[in-house]
Design a protein around this ligand. Structure first.
Ligand code: GLY
Length: 382
């Protein structure tokens, strides 16, 4: 069925957040058009797909933790429904658990501190000696000083998840994907009423959603008070292949603190190993640098020396959408008819189900679910 000339909802941005919001909103009975010249090509494609609210906990982010945990809990049902809606595509969700390990005594102190913080919040994490960690993951370096086992922190293969969302949207009669760039927001009578595409085509819509990651504030015509304060935070990330002879190389996601740097290794079921990631404030630069690749390999090798044997498949850099408080922007902006679903920074993949569900509820009913209230885009205007 062709999409209606004036969809109920127009979503700008086809990363995981935009695609999942389109799918959940169409399921609520609204017609949805999503615009993106290259959907699924940026941060959502580069990401490692860690679903690690407990091991990726930071001081001062207690409120965000509630949303992160809620979204992690939603994952099993979300992927089951997506598998059905997509006609059987496997979204790549894997309950593999996560092991956070320390390289030296100072790094061990950092992890001990994290463990104390986790326990103060009632989170489940088990402290392991170096020997216990190596019994779980024999490829860990003999020097690894111990770590934290978090059995509830999992992973999803973000590329398989993207493919499943594309397949589900393809089968959804109320959704349409337009492979074009939205150039300008149309505002009339004090509200957002649609967009004009780069080729001049105008699309009118009942509501407009900014879900273009760190580019969400770049659409022309957004009034200053409604601009989402997002910025690009570069991450360089590598993919290695695990040949049959080395399998299973790792069974858990391994996060590590190495001389105060943070590193992670995420083993995929199909044999890839994802190594990440740098965190760089470099504006919109997405070059892969020798220094970035060197640091990632150096730190990963300190934890798991055997990685040097693995073929290097891919180097990539992408841009996380950072916000002033590192938490997402979910819900209505200061301009009636214009909403935001962006600013997910380090947790875009994890927060996909909770964000999509909250956005679908807001778009369908106008009311913001309690859990999403603290993440109102309006909090930055105050
Ligand atoms: N959450 C992983 C990263 O942002 O690199």
């Amino acid at each position: 069925m062709p999409a209606p000339a004036r969809p109920d909802v127009l979503i700008i941005g086809g990363g995981l957040i935009g695609l999942a919001t389109a799918w959940r909103t169409a399921r609520r009975g609204l017609s949805v058009t999503l615009c993106d010249p290259e959907p699924g090509a940026n941060a959502s494609f580069a990401a490692a797909g860690m679903l690690t609210p407990v091991t990726e906990l930071h001081y001062g982010e207690e409120l965000l933790l509630g949303l992160n945990l809620d979204s992690a809990r939603r994952y099993p049902d979300f992927v089951a429904e997506l598998r059905e809606a997509s006609g059987g595509a496997d979204p790549g969700y894997r309950e593999s658990g996560t092991l956070a390990v320390a390289f030296d005594a100072d790094d061990r102190a950092v992890l001990a501190d994290l463990h104390e913080f986790q326990r103060s919040l009632g989170l489940r994490a088990e402290w392991l000696s170096g020997g216990e960690a190596r019994r779980l993951e024999p490829m860990l370096a003999p020097s690894v000083r111990g770590g934290l086992l978090v059995e509830g922190d999992h992973q999803v293969d973000n590329r398989m998840l993207l493919a499943a969302l594309f397949a589900a949207l393809e089968r959804e009669p109320r959704a349409e994907l337009v492979r074009a760039r939205a150039a300008e927001l149309t505002v009339a009578g004090g509200r957002a009423v649609g967009v004009v595409l780069e080729d001049g085509t105008a699309i009118a819509a009942g509501q407009v959603v900014l879900a273009a990651g760190c580019w969400s504030g770049q659409l022309r015509g957004i009034p200053p008070e409604a601009l989402p304060p997002v910025r690009p935070v570069k991450g360089q990330i590598l993919r290695l292949a695990v040949p049959e002879v080395y399998k299973p190389f790792l069974t858990h996601t391994v996060r590590g603190v190495v001389r105060s740097n943070h590193a992670y290794l995420v083993p995929r079921a199909h044999g890839e190993l994802v190594l990440g990631a740098t965190t760089e404030e470099q504006d919109y630069d997405t070059s892969v640098t020798a220094g970035g690749v060197y640091e990632l390999l150096r730190d990963a090798r300190a934890l798991v020396p055997g990685i040097t044997e693995l073929p290097l498949l891919e180097t990539r850099a992408a841009l996380r959408p950072g916000s002033p408080d590192n938490a997402p922007l979910i819900g209505p902006t200061a301009l009636p008819g214009l909403l935001a679903a962006t600013g997910h920074y380090r947790h875009g993949v994890l927060l996909t189900p909770a964000t999509a569900e909250a956005m679908a509820e807001i778009l369908a009913t106008g009311s913001v679910p309690d859990l999403a209230e603290p993440f109102s885009p309006l909090r930055f205007g105050k």
